[in-house]
Design a protein around this ligand. Structure first.
Ligand code: ASP
Length: 437
């Protein structure tokens, strides 16, 4: 049995609703459906969720917001009328208006996008609607209670043959609505997949899967056919965004694969993400490349640092005191480098350096800004001799100097730091070496 989640662009207008219906009809195993709110129909268009947040903001500032609700309602009515679905949105919208006037939360406002879309889709495809507020449980302070959700949802859904459960929100024990962070319908879909013990969690979107590199840098980057959850974690941590990062945990735990699919190209198998994947299906040594700009390296040097107990802890303490989390820690015998996000360091830079001096009495501290990190990820790298050498050669052949190197002990990921200006060239060089040659 399959759980399908459709993103906002896959439900942006009536045409897309029809595609969704066809996709469901193509495989009778597709029994549970998790929709997002209607997204953009094209550049310059609005996402329903953004309009709902805007309506909430206006209402809470005492400004008129009714025109925004009108626009939202018009979008739903247009979809319904083109699909010949007879649905009266008036009572729903007068309730939303009343609630916004009386201090409803932003989470409540935003959740109405998925709620209404779920109702509309349910009517259109003839599959019963289950309100996420009844089956996705949050704590009063807005954190997902995953095990409770799994129990409540499991009990409710396994008795049903099919259901539409809107994404993005749930409720606490008092019935107050809470949402996930933006893009969170992915998480809802994963929760439903776990609760009904699906064979596959299909995540339908407007791209054909993960690519081996960012297409803005490598326009013809190949699609990745199989990815492990660990590889996904490494790639998304470094900037590959197709799936909400919290969507991995429920399905990974339950051993359910996630399949990224394209609503506009339903025959394409997309990217399959599994707990374990062999080496046989690997077309290349590496699985993917991801990275981004905006890092700083703080290098702390002190003779005989290696013999000083607690040195590393004290360096990190200085960062922790200013709420800065570190990304990587490449260390030498007498140097310790702390890689952090530049925008987190910037406001406290002088204080952090002063604190390191106070706590560690180092010989020198240097800071280099404008660094980009590039992660080259792949389960095939362990088996292949000389991957690191090929990677470094590819970058240095472009005349780019590598500022820092970090290889996790898993051998799944080699991270290099280069100047921001060299970022795109370095990514292209790595891609060319491992994929084109
Ligand atoms: N509609 C919500 C958003 O725009 C959630 C989602 O689409 O996953 O973030």
């Amino acid at each position: 049995m399959i759980v399908t989640k459709f993103g906002g662009s896959s439900l942006a207008d009536a045409e897309h609703f029809k595609k969704v219906k066809d996709i469901l009809a193509m495989d009778p195993e597709r029994k549970f459906v998790v929709p997002s709110a209607p997204g953009k129909r094209g550049p310059g268009d609005d996402k329903i969720t953004d309009l709902l947040y805007a309506a909430h903001r206006a209402a809470s500032e005492g400004k008129t917001f009714q025109h925004l609700l009108e626009r939202i309602r018009a979008r739903y009515e247009e979809i319904a009328s083109e699909l010949h679905v007879d649905m009266d949105f008036a009572p729903e919208f007068s309730e939303i208006e009343k609630n916004l006037k009386t201090g409803a939360t932003p989470d409540y406002a935003a959740s109405r996008g998925e709620y209404l879309n779920g109702k509309l889709l349910s009517k259109y495809i003839g599959i019963p609607f289950v309100d996420a507020a009844e089956v996705v449980r949050f704590s009063a302070d807005g954190r997902l209670m995953e095990e409770e959700t799994n129990a409540i949802m499991g009990e409710r859904l396994t008795n049903m043959r099919r259901a539409v459960v809107p994404g993005f929100y749930g409720a606490d024990a008092e019935g107050n609505i809470h949402t996930f962070s933006r893009g969170g319908s992915d998480v809802s879909g994963a929760l439903v997949a776990r609760a009904v013990n699906a064979d596959v969690y299909e995540n339908w979107t407007d791209v054909t899967g993960f690519r081996m590199a960012d297409p803005r840098i490598v326009p013809d980057a190949q699609y990745i056919s199989t990815l492990t959850y660990r590889e996904l974690r490494e790639l998304s941590y470094m900037g590959a965004t197709v799936l909400h990062e919290d969507a991995v945990f429920p399905v990974r735990k339950a051993g359910i694969p996630t399949n990224i699919r394209n609503t506009n190209d339903p025959k394409h198998p997309g990217t399959m993400i599994r707990a374990n994947a062999g080496q046989n299906d690997l077309a290349h040594v590496i699985t993917g490349i991801a990275g981004h700009k905006g890092f700083s390296i703080v290098s702390v040097e002190k003779d005989m640092m290696n013999a000083e107990l607690g040195f590393g802890r004290r360096v990190l303490q200085a960062f922790e005191e200013y709420g800065i989390s570190f990304e990587h820690l490449p260390t030498g015998i007498d140097t310790m480098c702390v890689v952090v996000h530049e925008k987190e360091l910037e406001p406290h830079k002088e204080q952090v350096l002063a604190r390191i001096r106070e706590l560690c009495d180092p010989d020198t501290i240097t800071v280099s800004d404008h660094l980009a990190l590039i992660a080259t990820v792949g389960r095939g790298m362990v088996r292949n001799f000389g991957t690191a050498a090929r990677l470094f050669t590819a970058i240095s052949a472009q005349g780019i100097s590598i500022r820092t190197i970090d290889q996790g002990s898993s051998e799944l990921n080699i991270i290099v730091g280069v100047d921001e200006d060299d970022f795109e060239t370095a990514v292209k060089a790595i891609y060319d070496t491992f994929v084109r040659m």
